[in-house]
Design a protein around this ligand. Structure first.
Ligand SMILES: [Zn+2]
Ligand SMILES: [Zn+2]
Length: 83
């Protein structure tokens, strides 16, 4: 399952797949996550995994298919949504 991220520096919004992984040449085993837009490192906020949603992922919960990371609105904790 892909997680969605937002760059704190430039506002870029995308998935794990688009983020550049850069292996630290000095510190072995250390991987940097780099923004594809502005090249800022490790400046990501975890976003709700609903593709159109622009809110921070504040809830983690197991759905029927996978584990989800969403905002409160899209989470199973929001009972209003099912009503
Ligand atoms: Zn950026
Ligand atoms: Zn959401």
């Amino acid at each position: 399952m892909l997680l969605l991220w937002k760059c704190q520096d430039c506002g870029w919004h995308g998935s794990d797949e688009e983020i550049i992984s850069f292996a630290d040449p000095v510190l072995e085993g250390n991987i940097w996550s780099i923004c594809p837009e502005c090249r800022a490192a490790e400046q990501f906020d975890n976003m709700c995994d609903e593709p159109e949603c622009k809110q921070l992922a504040t809830c983690g919960w197991p759905s029927t298919e996978s584990y989800r990371r969403t905002c409160f609105e899209h989470s199973s904790f929001n009972k209003k949504r099912e009503a």
